[in-house]
Design a protein around this ligand. Structure first.
Ligand SMILES: Cc1nc2c(=O)[nH]c(=O)nc-2n(C[C@H](O)[C@H](O)[C@H](O)CO)c1C
Length: 153
């Protein structure tokens, strides 16, 4: 089995390195890396990781900038990723950290790493330990910022 990691040079932290490090903390599964310039290059990178490099699941890591054109770009990339999932019948875990989610550079650096690491754990569970995700169903998990917990009546 293999996990693919596609990331971008546009992002302002090395999300791919964080994902690979986190995956290695949980499993010795093989990892394939593929770095592209930006978000819109991710769908084909993920599809190639699945079809040409034999990945069973891929993480798509990217950082939409704060401008309106960046948000449009992120939406287009996201649609491409959905299509790639349906074309390949494999999960592609989309890990996008919007630059304007963070109040400053320090928080942005933390969020880029934290969300990536938490989704890397999700990727490992989805592929190898799906029952662990089932145990967390409906518990209001969030990646990066704090979990919100289940809704109460
Ligand atoms: C406007 C824009 N915004 C972003 C962004 O917010 N985040 C990102 O990772 N990449 C962006 N890009 C670059 C495109 O996704 C893509 O890399 C180029 O158009 C080359 O295919 C573009 C062109």
């Amino acid at each position: 089995m293999k996990i693919g990691i596609a990331d971008t040079t546009f992002a302002r932290a090395n999300m791919g390195a964080a994902a690979a490090d986190e995956i290695r903390r949980h499993t010795s599964i093989r990892i394939e890396r593929y770095t592209v310039p930006g978000l819109k290059d991710l769908p084909v990178a993920c599809k190639k990781l699945i079809e040409e490099r034999g990945c069973d699941l891929v993480m798509a890591l990217g950082m939409p900038g704060g401008a309106e054109k960046d948000k449009v770009c992120a939406h287009e990339a996201s649609q491409g990723l959905q299509l790639a999932m349906l074309m390949t019948n494999r999960h592609i875990i989309e890990v996008f950290v919007h630059e304007d989610e963070a109040k400053d550079d320090k928080e942005l650096a933390w969020l880029l790493e934290q969300r990536t690491r938490e989704h890397a754990v999700n990727a490992v569970k989805l592929l190898l330990y799906p029952k662990e995700l089932e145990r967390d169903a409906g518990t209001g998990q969030r990646q990066g910022f704090s979990d919100v917990g289940p809704a109460r009546q």
